[in-house]
Design a binder for this molecule. Structure first.
Ligand code: ZN
Length: 71
């Protein structure tokens, strides 16, 4: 019986799941991919909760310019 192959959710490489939970990183092919996915998720979460959108940045820049002209 052929081994069931899965596609890594990060790098899309085909891999065979390990029977050992310690080395089974489903849905990722490796610990590296799992950590990278977690890392990028945390980074996105951080960016979206902290960074301003382009529109907000433009609005802020306008406000600063107006303030200077006012003085
Ligand atoms: Zn992978």
């Amino acid at each position: 019986m052929p081994e069931k192959k899965y596609k890594c959710a990060l790098c899309h490489k085909e891999y065979v799941r390990s029977a050992d939970p310690k080395t089974d990183f489903f849905p990722f092919c490796s610990e590296r991919c799992r950590l990278m996915d977690l890392g990028s998720w945390l980074k996105e979460e951080y960016v979206t909760s902290r960074a301003l959108s382009e529109e907000e940045q433009a609005a802020l820049a306008l406000r600063e310019e107006e303030g200077e002209q006012d003085g």
